[in-house]
Design a protein around this ligand. Sequence first.
Ligand SMILES: [Zn+2]
Length: 481
Amino acid sequence: MTKSNFILNKVSDEQTNFLVFFGTFVDTPKLGELRIRERTSIGVLDGIIKFVKRDSSDPVMDCLDYDASLSPDDILVVDITGEDESCLTSFYFPGFIDTHNHISQYPNVGIFGNSTLLDWLEKYTFPMEAALANQDIASEVYNKVIGRTLSHGTTTVAYYNTIDAKSAKLLAQISSVLGQRVLVGKVCMDANAPEYYIEDTKTSYESTVKIIKYIKETLGNPLVNPIVTPRFAPSCSRELMQKLSKLVKDEDLHVQTHLSENKKEIQWVQKLFPECTNYTDVYDKYGLLTEKTVLAHCVHLTDAEANVVRQRRCGISHCPISNSSLTSGECRVRWLLDQGIKVGLGTDVSAGHSCSILATGRQAFAVSRHLAMKKSDNVKLSVSECLYLATMGGAQVLNMEDTLGTFEVGKQFDVQAIDTCTPGSNVDTFHWQLQNQEQNQDFYKNPPLITKEDIIAKWFFNGDDRNTTKVWVAGRVVHQT
Ligand SMILES: [Zn+2]
């Protein structure tokens, strides 16, 4: 196949055209499996993958084979291989999924001193969130974070905002314009919060209902959905949790909250809710644990609590940068996965100091190594396992595994194009590492070649937004360099 057959890098927002993407597709369909499909074409219509053709010799023909009624003029070909004749250094990867991001805390990124969770909330977090009631400030922050996360290849995010309903509405509107797939959470907190940043139960509940109605009925963008967001047990009255629980069940909504992040927090919860057997039991008793519930952290879960999380089919957002920064602890990810509990990654901005899921994955890798030093080698997470958490794991946590996370027919085309050799790239590969394996195999004196898996690992450890050259959500370009 010659490149002259293709209309190189021609992309369009025009949704009536049939798009076909050609190149190397890398994904993680199962935990521990890195699937690399070279010279593959994927056809996309209305943002949905219609076919996957391996060993493609002509992507346009693949489209016509799929649907003979198409005309070649209707087909737009996107080919990212460029000069990469080896098909080694450029590839498509599923968009990252950030299952826990406090967008409203972003201006505080990197600012946490030596604090731990409870003093960090008082000193840094509540004042910043309160400040975003100013719509000009909020607008600036939302635009910055959505642009930043998209540039790092994050196509789906579950956002915590503030207690302010106006700001939540603004976040939904800006997300809709910028094209990210998002869950927007108006934070609910009617207890144990400073006077300047608290709501009464009625206001908290009613403003939640209002924002849900706005997102679902007025905004009407399928990429933007509400998520009910009781901040964490200490911030919520029993009455508020019960009301939110009814709402969640009546409208089949997502829920997000925090669980078992820090030891002092756990002691506090036990004092506040003596009728509950443990922290997880608070959410269970007050009806917030469903298969669409995202539980951030879960660092110190007991066996009994993990069992409830598994039975209720909740997902866990592992936030390793945050857990290290606030010295919360080391989440036992292997222990959770071995029990069949869904685990994804969360940046937890701003306790997490990076918007990047790739950086978060690296920290998940490192935290698992620290755990291994205290426990055993089998708790180590591999590169492909961390990439699984970053994509399929996140999709499962959000209960969206049927539509996101891998390249399969019927799934949404939420994708990032990666080029490890892009100008200014922090990923260094040498030309002699990439030589054709067949040409080189007899020359024992030649330096070692690297495999495709090695390239992925190099990207995992040294890559950043410079390598993410183009990003699509539902087949639409939402970022390009
Ligand atoms: Zn958080």
